[in-house]
Design a binder for this molecule. Sequence first.
Ligand code: DOR
Ligand code: ZN
Length: 345
Amino acid sequence: MTDSITIRRPDDWHLHFRDGDVMREVVPYTARQFARAIVMPNLTPPVTTTELAAAYRDRILAAVPAGVDFTPLMTCYLTDNTDADDLARGAAKGVFTAAKMYPANATTNSAAGVTNVEKLYPVLARMEAEDIVLCIHGEVTDHAIDVFDREKEFIDRHLRAIAANFPKLRVVFEHITTSDAVDFVMQAGPNVAATITPQHLHINRNAMLVGGIQPHNYCLPVAKRESHRLSLRKAATSGSPKFFLGTDSAPHLRSAKESACGCAGIFGAPYALESYITVFDEEGALDRFEGFASLHGPAFYKLPVNEATVTLERAELAVPPCLHVTGEEIVPWHGGQTLGWKFVG
Ligand code: DOR
Ligand code: ZN
């Protein structure tokens, strides 16, 4: 039995740091385990320009603990009014690593998102020409569509067309939750990849709805039925370079989660690697963990792999039921559970 595993230092290809005091307190959790992270731009107001992204990057860097090597990779929040010239300039200067498309009102702080995907086509054409990665929150917002079907519907209404119209555009289908998404990514070209969160590998929708409503298992896209979870586990542990790690860590205070209108988002950062490696261990795929966590993402983003390494050990890890951010309680993913792996450093 493998009791210890050392891999190149991983990166988190999708997360939310927020801003201000919360950001300053959550950045160290990620910087402890990951060398780089793709930082989502859904602040209020959103990060829509090179100038805003550069300033946000500086605020994040100021929150990285001394002596810790961590690089935030910034994204541009796409809107109906995105200035493609500014986006291209920001990418050329190394401020933007990618641009993020939220369909308007799909999720937290997405009101300024894209109201009509086709209207964004001129920007997508420019991104394809400049080789800028497009990150997509792939859910339709049509109220007539059942929340459990919104990802599949997005593929059928928009994603197939984007892939067909922009065959060289690099697209990351973010936080996929369905076998439909796995199938779509698998049959698409090498320019289409996906991130998978730890929660969607661990839970199905029962974890959110059985035994009383479980707000700490609620995120968007919502967890789906068991067959989808099994597809995601198979994809993540398959060794395919099209799938890589993206926690979608999305901190919301306990008070905002345990509310009559609880926020979507799971704070996955603090024990992210322990969560993922548990899945790889259960699937008998520890030898594929490094690819998913540390190699496939850099290859897709055309960035070097990290030189440093991290080690995880088979050992009991009691995840605290709650942590504190800005003096307030926040429940981490796996809060109160005991995991069988521990991040050593
Ligand atoms: O659950 C989610 N939370 N999904 C998202 O897409 C956004 C995120 C957030 O910002 O809280
Ligand atoms: Zn997200």
